[in-house]
Design a protein around this ligand. Sequence first.
Ligand SMILES: C/C(=C\C(=O)SCCNC(=O)CCNC(=O)[C@H](O)C(C)(C)COP(=O)(O)OP(=O)(O)OC[C@H]1O[C@@H](n2cnc3c(N)ncnc32)[C@H](O)[C@@H]1OP(=O)(O)O)C(=O)O
Length: 286
Amino acid sequence: MSDPGSDFSAWIGRQDSTDDDLGLAAALAAAATLGDGSERFTGGSALPPLWHWFYFLPRVPQAGLGVDGHPQRGGFMPPIPFPRRMFAGARLRFHSPLLLGQPARRVTTIRDVRLKSGRTGSLAFVLLHHGYHQGDRLCIDEEQDIVYREPGPALPAPTVVDWPPLPAAACARIVTPDPRLLFRFSALTFNAHRIHYDRPYAIGEEGYPGLVVHGPLTAVLLLELLRRQVTRPVQEYSFRGLAPLFDLAPFRLVCTPEDGGYALAAQGPDGTLAMSARAVLAELAG
Ligand SMILES: C/C(=C\C(=O)SCCNC(=O)CCNC(=O)[C@H](O)C(C)(C)COP(=O)(O)OP(=O)(O)OC[C@H]1O[C@@H](n2cnc3c(N)ncnc32)[C@H](O)[C@@H]1OP(=O)(O)O)C(=O)O
């Protein structure tokens, strides 16, 4: 494994907090990006699961951005020297919905920094915990895996194949990840990571064959597919990004009921499993 040459233990336990008044504008913009925009929100509406990602945005000034467009490392995030950052996965528990138009706070803690050796090379994982609070309620517990990867060979563009037939009882959606969708998602999350909108950078500097689909976009589209079919609220959601998706060809989202929950998957145009996820719904009281 390449040695990133530093001990990052001093970063473990670091905390940061961000306040937000959960205004309506971001929810309406998200509804237009993720669906047909017909969903109505007013003050006091429950924020759909995962839509908290459109709030608590990073307020780093322009001068504080690194070359990749993320806040420079060595501030809150450890100064890991591997250049290629990816959102690798997350695990969430929804205790009670965040309500629009009411002040809320996100408290972020770095829980771990761990070096691993993967099939694609050396990986440095940062495990973040986010607690989302409104009044005296803990509304959402979330763990995120952020990975930093050493430089590596350029990835080829995927070869398009036919997807396998859907399992019985599954539902699916095909998504065309064009630059307009990626731009809107970057804007919703105030994420300046250049792999999502700057094609020469994504190809020339990070070795991808096209613009990279945000992991959180795939994760939220998967959960939207489920949310639009069920009435019970989502209680748990976890996902792992296994292979990147690009703006080069459509990908398929599949949602299949399974024991006690739902299995969700994003299948790349080449048939690879790009994201695997699982959701559990809350029991209704009474
Ligand atoms: C937003 C945002 C950025 C983005 O949205 S980037 C686009 C979304 N993310 C992706 O597309 C990631 C897709 N995944 C991959 O490319 C690969 O899975 C990854 C993360 C590069 C790892 O691949 P490897 O083949 O090198 O890894 P291995 O399968 O050999 O596993 C090695 C160890 O790492 C652990 N691990 C692997 N994947 C994950 C994961 N997704 N989450 C957590 N841990 C993972 C694996 O368990 C192995 O650990 P051991 O302890 O068993 O050694 C933004 O930047 O904000």
